[in-house]
Design a protein. Structure first.
Length: 77
């Protein structure tokens, strides 16, 4: 999948995936949504974002998680 709004540049936020032409990271958008933000409140609070960019951040995160390798960790008690 090609992402139009998501870029990564080692010179910006240490290479974290961000929304193009901003310093707003994908993980920050996820934090906003997890804390109860909605698409409209996020776009209103950060007018440099578009709904399409926020949706793409979610798609990027989903794609990233699809590529995760999960390891079973046994707790030591």
């Amino acid at each position: 999948m090609k992402f139009e709004h998501i870029i990564s540049n080692v010179g910006i936020l240490g290479g974290k995936p961000i929304i193009r032409n901003t310093r707003i990271s994908v993980d920050f958008i996820l934090e906003l949504l997890a804390s109860g933000g909605t698409m409209s409140t996020i776009v209103a609070a950060y007018p440099q974002l578009t709904e399409e960019a926020v949706k793409e951040a979610l798609q990027y995160a989903t794609q990233f998680l699809h590529n995760e390798i999960y390891l079973e960790i046994k707790s030591v008690a």
